[in-house]
Every structure is written in C-alpha cells, then in structure tokens.
Design a protein around this ligand. Structure first.
Ligand code: SF4
Length: 319
C-alpha cells in the first residue's frame, strides 16, 4: 500500500477493513492473545507532553516512585499469576539511573519471564546496558510523525532524538515498539498515513495506537477526544501492513468506548496489557482520565466468547 491507498481507506466509511485485519491477524499470529503484566512504577516525569496528565508542569498530580523491592514483588506476583511478559513503565524519571534499572532488570529476568521496558528517551549506552542486563523489548511511541505537530505537543523534546532512540533500539537488537496518538489537535489524516508508513519503514515489532483523550489538568483540556473509529482504522491498517507484529488492544481504546478492547481484538489486535500496579498507584498514573482497567479473569472470559485464548508462550514476534 502506498500513501494514497492508505489515505483512501482512512477516509472511506467502508468498515470491511476491520474484518480483513482480523483475518490477517488470525493467519499470521493466530488466535492466542498475549497478556503483558504492566507495572507503572513512577509517575515522576521531567517532560511536558501537552496531552499528558503526568507532565512536569501539572501540579495537581500526587507523585510517587516505587522502591526496587516493591517493583520486584509486583513482578514476582505477576509471574506467579501466569504472566509471560512483565512491562516496566514510568515517566522520564532520572532517579532511576541505568545502574539501578539494570539491577531490577536482572532480578526480573531471573524469574524466567520476558521483559519490556517503557522508560522514555535514553542514550545508546543506557539502552545497550538494559539489553545486556536481559531486557527483551522496548516501547517508545513516536506519537506523531508530523514534525511541526510533534514540536508543538512536546515542548521539552526533540523529534530527531526520538527517531534516534528508535533506530538505536533496533540496532541494539530490542524488539522495538512504537505507535501514535490519533486525534491530536491539529493532526491531519495525511500525517496518520505517514505514521503508518513510518512503522513500516522502521519494521517495528510492536505498535500501540491510542486515541487522544483530553486530560482536565493539561493545556489540551478543552480539546475534543480523538475519534475511536479512526484510531481503530489506523490500527487495522497497521496489521495489514505489518502482518506478523504484536499489536495491543490499548487501554485508551477501552477508555474511550465501551467494549473498545473487544472491538480492537476483532480488528487486528493480539495483545492485552492488564495493570499489575496496586489500585492507589494506578489511580495516580493518570496519563489520561478515567483509565479503564483490564481484569485478567474478565479478559479470559471475553476471549473465550470470541473463540480466542490466552497464549502461553513469551509472545515474541514470529518473523
Ligand atoms: S507522555 Fe510520557 S514523557 Fe510525556 S509527560 Fe507523559 S509520562 Fe512524561
């Protein structure tokens, strides 16, 4: 597909794309759904992404940082509950040096589990140290490939450095995840088509698509939320273009629309990321408001209903 083909589909009211993406998903990655257990371990962030409730200039958020032992204990419970992947996610919190993180990574890896990191922008050497310590995957969303919009949305960040991070992660050998927000104020359908082509160029191993959801404590508080169907289309098109990758049914999809997770799983997604963090801290990790939860038992019941099941392998990309 070229940009024009992608644009035609994004602009078309035809919904057959979702069925097609579901078929491609079944053919290439099967009916197993990978559950990744998410640990949100620090909501302290030095960045100021305009859409995010955790931005450093938001003084209304109560900040927390879990201790190493707390993180390890959550990871251990996750593995005991059957999770084959642990995801460590935080704001860009400089307290967690590469040394501290590598200690945590090694200990989690000793539990015989795949480990995904989502810690933001770091240097090549830090990424290399994480890989050497045993981490398997790294998520860092580009959010938008429209450079002008990127700069507007990320006043403290540098677009080129973001792309450098993704290139470094691939080079080092991480399974690399990226993705975009759909519905940012000022975003065009053309730029969403560019986002999809960017995922293809990078040969990303995981793509997370999240509709924009406005947070009351941000400068974008009065902006309308993103369009669920458009986000679903971007996700389904990504499945067609990168048939064998891992695509989560994102929590933002479920937050924006009831049964959004189910619809995503039937339109190309094959991953769900239940949150392992305790309720109090989960509430404080408010990137966007009213974040939906994903109870493991409920997910299992939902999967059964649609002829799917929880996969019991580590869920690496099968090229
Ligand atoms: S999106 Fe990530 S990097 Fe940006 S402010 Fe929020 S937590 Fe920080």
């Amino acid at each position: 597909m070229n940009k024009k083909d992608i644009l035609d589909i994004l602009k078309s009211p035809d919904k057959s794309l979702f069925k097609e993406a579901d078929k491609v998903r079944e053919e290439h990655v099967g009916n197993g759904v990978h559950l990744r257990g998410l640990i949100e371990f620090s909501n302290i962030c030095k960045m100021n992404c305009l859409y995010c409730g955790l931005q450093s200039s938001n003084k209304n958020v109560e900040r927390f940082r879990l201790a190493k032992d707390e993180i390890l204990s959550i990871a251990k419970s996750g593995v005991e509950a059957g999770y084959k992947t642990i995801v460590m996610q935080s704001g860009e919190d400089s307290y967690f040096s590469a040394k501290v993180l590598c200690e945590i990574i090694s200990e989690i890896k000793s539990l015989d589990v795949a480990l995904t990191l989502s810690l933001g922008e770091r240097t090549y050497d830090e990424y290399k140290a994480f890989k050497d310590a045993g981490a398997d995957r790294y998520l860092i969303r580009i959010e938008t490939t429209d450079e002008k919009l990127y700069k507007k949305m990320h006043p403290f960040a540098d677009f080129e450095n973001r792309k450098r991070c993704l290139r470094d992660l691939k080079k080092i050998g991480f399974e690399t995840g990226t993705g975009c927000l759909v519905g940012l104020p000022g975003q065009t359908v053309e730029s969403l088509a560019d986002d999809i082509l960017f995922f293809k160029d990078l040969d990303a191993d995981m793509i997370g698509i999240g509709p924009f959801i406005s947070h009351p404590d941000t400068p974008l508080a009065s902006e309308p939320n993103g369009d669920f169907n458009l986000a679903l289309k971007v996700m389904a098109l990504t499945r067609l273009i990168l048939p064998d990758i891992n695509i989560p049914a994102t929590t933002a999809m479920e937050t924006l629309k009831e049964n959004g997770r189910l619809l995503a799983l039937q339109s190309g997604a094959n991953v769900v990321m239940p949150n392992l963090t305790d309720v109090e801290h989960k509430k404080l990790y408010s990137i966007y408001p009213n974040k939906a939860s994903a109870d493991r038992n409920e997910v299992e019941v939902m999967l059964k209903r649609i002829g799917r099941y929880v996969a019991d392998d580590f869920g690496f990309r099968k090229h």
